[in-house]
Design a protein around this ligand. Sequence first.
Ligand code: SOE
Length: 389
Amino acid sequence: MKEYNVGLIGAGFMARAHSIAYAGMPMFFWPAPGIPVKSIIADLTEESAKDAAIRFGFSRSTSDWHKVIEDDGVDIVDICTPNNMHQEMAVAAAQAGKHIFCEKPIARNAEEAKVMLDAVKKAGVKNMLAFNYRRTPAIALAKKYIEEGSIGRILNFRGTYLQDWSADPNSPLSWRFQKSIAGSGTLGDIGTHVIDIARYLVGEFDEVFASLKTYITERPVQTGAIDKLGTVKGTSDVPKAPVDVDDEASFMIRFKNGAFGSIEATRNGWGRNNFITLEIHGEKGSIYFNYERRDELQVYFADDPGDRRGFRTVYTGPAHPYGEGLWPIPALGIGYTETKIIECYDFFKAIAENAETSPNFEDGYHIALICDAIVASSASDRWQKTNCV
Ligand code: SOE
């Protein structure tokens, strides 16, 4: 079985999730499409990189990410850094002929994303973005229902992604609140996950009408680069600096196929942790999903006899997409980790079979175009074409 050496850049919580996926993938999916070998990891300092190598199981470490890309033995470069680094790293990796797995969103804006897309196309390397939620078996099952025509032509998509980790004004000004690093706030960070799912299940966006809001306009300055996602609080004696990204992104969508949609995303919704919901209405039925009950998909069929109509709950398990590789009986529990393991499996499969990856940098570029249109719509208070072709 072919081994693929992985070079990982970054050592935060996403790097941890990816490292677990590399270790776990062949344990879940066997025979594996390839064996990930955790070869080298890069972080900001020699000390933190070494620490990460021990913790995440990499053979070597470096404080210079270029070394990961220049390493002849590395087959796959995995980018788990803040968004402002994605373009430079991905272009360098593509030029070195490495396959690329990159955290979402692809970049700060569509211009950067286009440079990345051109680079991977030119180099002919595999490229994938870590929009992991579409790999939740229940969402993959929703896709199956839709493709089979079970709920008919899609009329409406309603999506939410609600969190509360930034609702406290004293949670510090991490890179996620700085436009120069993140590109946008809630929109790029979590809104893009639902945009990815909407494109996956319904289709391409034609135009958007959006409202972006910033509720907490300054936050305590953070010392150190570690992204604690609101778990570390600043205090009133810590100086504050401005937030220049959105806390909340709400937008309506006209899909190219005629469906209508809406998405609301916030990181300031007290009481909501990772509340991704989807409600999809078709001409013949409906689908509902809530990530906080992610083993379940709710489906409703209008052609059920009148006295039997109602949403029914399907518990995902071995009979469902990816189920055979996961757990032997339904409802043992899909978690965030499983979605990352499935994502890793699909990426390795695409490499081994020389097949197309999904979502790839082309998808990422389109999502970036959509985000740019959302920003423009919010500023102009008008519907905005996405320019996705
Ligand atoms: C923070 O909002 C975050 O870590 C996102 O960056 C991830 O993409 C999401 O999966 C969980 O929340």
